[in-house]
Structures are given as structure tokens and as C-alpha cells.
Design a binder for this molecule. Structure first.
Ligand code: BES
Ligand code: ZN
Ligand code: ZN
Length: 486
């Protein structure tokens, strides 16, 4: 989607859109439009669209009114995104190729105008790479948006928002790609290409280097796959020299078959997106780098494929992690925590981060607890948790804090090793978090975000079509702005 700005409406515009607040149709609209809107029961609620036709300058024009809700609503920006997204949803495959967005009838700030554009662009994203036989009416037609009457400063606000949009889209791309295309090595290459020229410094560890570092947990997960494992670290140094970075760590299981504890066949294809946490991290680095964030941040992805070949690890195996702690692998399908154990430890030893936040599609139990509305947040630090919750509220990438504590921690003690990789059936998301916490050194402020219910959606949502949502990138971007840049 190409978004440009102009001073006047293009004379040949056949599709013109206005953003309309609740119960406040612009007085300048032709009667057919305002009466038509009433007949359509259009009141300007967020995401509502009313369409009409008028003749202007001898040409029939299609005019869309997109509802943005009350002007003083708390969730004003989210509502404006919904207005933009609704336009994209309605006209993406309509046959129209260009949309003229006339903002002169509203009373928006530059940031609010950028929110409309962000919603529009994000909702228009689709991955059609592998579809060669689409019917005309399934093809994306809308490709340009010309914005007129934008408030002063909208161009600048949009430059920043567009960088964030690119990060969200990159995360979606990674999540969408199937596991025969996206595996640890090709994940690294995609990130390298996308970050080229941004100044982000990239470090990659291969199997031999991880072996030397003693990462028995991560390597144990990857050993049943023909694809070699990788750790990818992306470092942005836009902040004060010498200031410790904030680290974002992602689970990047490019396919989770379950390993020897193999998953049932139905729905197993979903496990191509078990690298959703790593996609949040990579997408966030793209967003931060491309908008020139003045912050020291490192993003680290633990990349493996969990497969069941003759060399695969077995239930009952004991592995030694880089931290020296040993783990009895009860269930090879609880692999994400094994990967993160070594990545979290390496991250702390290598970068001495001031704070660590990990993202992972870690447990099916998270879906049972919170569904597809919010991610679970686990943390050893109230201030860090509050900062994340606030970023979530502001961006719509919502999270809900879950408990951790010694009584839960006990549940993963093992009779043969320091711990086992699964607890009892109950509290499955919490015992997974407890497992990760055992790899956090000296109470470094740490938060774990279980995004199992959020990375993928079976139906269209606020600013996404069905499929990869890009959840988490905007949350990280907002968190970095609020905690490191202001
Ligand atoms: N990747 C899965 C978790 C998952 C399941 C994410 C469904 C998204 C949708 C994870 O590796 C896993 O298999 N977890 C097991 C843990 C269990 C064996 C303790 C689970 O949740 O069933
Ligand atoms: Zn698994
Ligand atoms: Zn998994």
C-alpha cells in the first residue's frame, strides 16, 4: 500500500473517504450522502462504513464514510485505526485501485491522522506469494492512498508510524511463511536482508559454537531435525554510550512437531507459527531501527526445528544447560522452554541487560486461560510488568498479568536432575514461566509474555485479516518509547 500526501483531491478520484466521529456527519456533505448514511443506520461507531454515490464535477464518485467513535473516547487512537482498517477491509478487493482520503472534514491531530493511516495499511497487508490461481474478485486491487487535508505534521508522524507498520508486517511475513521455506538458517537470512543498512549489528551462533558454549538444552531440541539450529542476535545502539541494553528474547521454533512426544495430526500445520515470539523480536528490531529509535536494545532469537528422527532426544533424557543446571526432558513437546533456557542465559552473560522481556508461543494452556484476547504476562518485577501493561493498553496489544511463586516452582523439581521440563497438568502456563525464571540471574528484572493465543487469528480482527496478527511489535515499540526514549 502506497500512501502519499496531496494538497487537493485528485480530479479523477472515483473513491473518496471521510472519517466521521460519532453522530457528527460533516455539514458539507451532499444530501444524498447524509440521508443515505441515515438510511444505512450509520452513526459513526468505530469501524462502521457507509457508502453512497454522488455526482461532482460531472463525474460519479463513490464516497465512503468511516466511523471513528466519540471524539473524546479514551481509546481514540485505536478507534481511528479501526476507521482506517475498515476502509481497507471494504475496498481492498473492490476493483478500486486508488483511495482519496479527505481528512479536511475532521478535526484530527497529526498523530491521530497517522493512526487512521496505520490502521489502513496494517489491515491491507496480505501474503499472496503462493496464490497463483486467484479469481479477479479475490485479487487485491487497492494499491494507493492519497491523503488530502491532513493536519500539519502528519507526514512526519506517518514516517514514524510507517516504520512501525513495516515491523508489524515483517513479523507477519515470518509467521506466515511455511516451515519448508522458513527454518533457522533462512530466518536469519531474511532478518539480515531486512536490516541491511540500518546499522543494526548482527551476531549468529551455529551448532558448533553453541556446542562449545554448552547449550545442551537448545541443541537437544534441534538434534532430531535435519536443519541446523541458530541463535540470532540483533543489536541497536541508538541510546547513550555505555548504557546497558534492554533485551528482547524470542522463541523461534520454526516447526514444532512435538518431537518424539509427537503432536496429534489435526492442526499440526499451525505449528509453523511456533516461531511467533522470534517474529515479534525481529519485527520489533525492524520497527525500532527504521524509525531511528534512540535506545540501546538487543533482540535475540533462539531458532530450532523440533522433529522426531532417529537422533531425536527421548523422553527421560537428561540435558545440561549452558547455566550448568540439568533438566530431565519428560516431554519433548515442551521444547520452547528448553530453547529459551539457553538463550536467556547466554543473553545475560553476553549483554548484561538492564531488563529482559521474552516472547513465546509457549503453552496451549495459555489459550485455555485467556483465549485470543490477551497475552499472559509473568514477571519478577512490578515496575517492568506495569510498563508492559501500559504499552499494551496504549497499542491494543493487550496483556494480563499472571502469578508466579515458590509454590508453583516446586512443581517442576525432578527426582533425577535439577528440574524437569513439565509440571502436572494444572497451571501449565505458570510452571512453564517458573522454568524460565530458573535461568534468570540475580533477580534481573525479567518478564515473560506467553503469546500462544495471539500470534495467529482464525478471523479478521481490529487491524488484521485472518492469519498472522503481528501482535507484540507495537507493544515493544511503545514500551521502548515510554521507558527508554522519554
Ligand atoms: N508450541 C507449543 C504451545 C502451543 C500450543 C502454542 C498451541 C500455540 C498453540 C508448545 O511447544 C507445546 O507443545 N507445549 C505443550 C507443553 C506440554 C507438553 C507441557 C502444551 O502446551 O501442550
Ligand atoms: Zn511443543
Ligand atoms: Zn512449541
Amino acid at each position: 500500500m502506497q500512501i502519499t500526501f496531496a494538497d487537493t483531491l485528485p480530479t479523477d478520484a472515483t473513491l473518496i473517504a471521510h472519517v466521521v466521529d460519532r453522530d457528527s456527519l460533516p455539514g458539507t456533505l451532499e444530501r444524498t450522502l447524509s440521508e443515505g448514511a441515515k438510511a444505512n443506520r450509520f452513526r459513526g461507531t468505530p469501524g462502521q462504513v457507509s457508502e453512497g454515490y454522488v455526482e461532482r464535477d460531472g463525474k460519479v464518485r463513490r464516497v465512503a464514510l468511516a466511523g471513528a467513535g466519540a471524539a473524546d473516547a479514551d481509546e481514540r487512537e485505536a478507534n481511528l485505526e479501526k476507521a482506517g482498517a475498515a476502509l481497507a477491509g471494504k475496498y481492498l478487493c473492490s476493483g478500486e485501485t486508488a483511495l482519496a482520503l479527505d481528512l479536511s472534514t475532521g478535526d484530527l491531530s497529526a498523530e491521530q491522522a497517522a493512526a487512521v493511516l496505520l490502521g489502513l495499511r496494517l489491515r491491507a497487508w496480505r501474503w499472496d506469494e503462493y496464490r497463483t490461481m486467484q479469481k479477479d474478485e479475490q485479487k487485491k486491487t487497492l494499491s494507493t492512498v492519497t491523503v488530502v487535508g491532513a493536519p500539519d505534521g502528519t507526514r512526519e508522524a506517518w514516517t514514524t508510524a510507517a516504520a512501525v507498520a513495516e515491523g508489524v508486517e515483517f513479523a507477519r511475513e515470518l509467521v506466515t511463511e511455511p516451515a519448508n521455506i522458513l527454518y533457522p538458517e533462512s530466518f536469519v537470512e531474511r532478518c539480515r536482508e531486512r536490516l541491511e543498512g540500518t546499522g543494526v549489528e548482527i551476531v549468529v551462533l551455529d551448532d558448533a559454537e553453541m556446542e562449545k558454549l554448552g547449550m545442551g538444552a537448545l541443541l537437544g531440541v534441534g538434534q532430531g531435525s535435519a536443519k541446523p539450529s541458530r541463535i540470532l542476535a540483533m543489536r541497536l545502539t541508538g541510546g547513550a554510550q555505555g548504557e546497558k541494553p534492554v533485551a528482547f528474547v524470542g522463541k523461534g521454533v520454526t516447526f514444532d512437531s512435538g518431537g518424539i512426544s509427537i503432536k496429534p495430526g489435526a492442526g499440526m500445520e499451525d505449528m509453523k507459527w511456533d516461531m511467533g515470539g522470534a517474529a515479534v523480536v525481529a519485527g520489533s528490531m525492524v520497527a525500532l531501527a527504521k524509525r531511528g529509535a534512540k535506545a540501546n536494545v538487543v533482540g535475540i532469537c533462539g531458532l530450532v526445528e523440533n522433529m522426531p528422527d532417529g537422533n531425536a532426544q527421548r523422553p527421560g533424557d537428561v540435558v545440561t544447560t549452558m547455566s550448568g543446571q540439568t533438566v530431565e526432558v519428560i516431554n519433548t513437546d515442551a521444547e520452547g522452554r528448553l530453547v529459551l533456557a539457553d538463550v536467556l542465559h547466554w543473553c545475560q552473560k553476553t549483554y548484561q541487560p538492564q531488563r529482559i522481556v521474552d516472547f513465546a508461543t509457549l503453552t496451549g494452556a495459555m489459550l485455555i486461560a485467556l483465549g485470543h484476547e490477551q497475552a499472559g504476562l509473568f514477571s519478577n518485577d512490578d515496575a517492568l510488568a506495569d510498563d508492559l501493561l501500559s504499552a499494551g493498553r496504549q497499542t491494543g496489544d493487550k496483556m494480563w498479568r499472571m502469578p508466579i511463586g515458590p509454590a508453583y516452582d516446586k512443581l517442576i523439581d525432578s527426582p533425577i536432575a535439577d528440574m524437569k521440563n513439565v509440571g502436572p497438568r494444572v497451571a501449565g502456563s505458570i510452571t512453564a514461566a517458573q522454568f524460565l525464571q530458573r535461568f534468570i540471574l540475580d533477580s534481573t528484572p525479567w518478564a515473560h509474555c506467553d503469546i500462544a493465543g495471539m500470534a495467529w487469528s482464525d478471523k479478521p480482527g481490529r487491524t488484521w485479516d485472518k492469519g498472522a496478527t503481528g501482535y507484540g511489535v507495537r507493544l515493544v515499540d511503545r514500551f521502548v518509547r515510554d521507558t527508554l526514549e522519554s
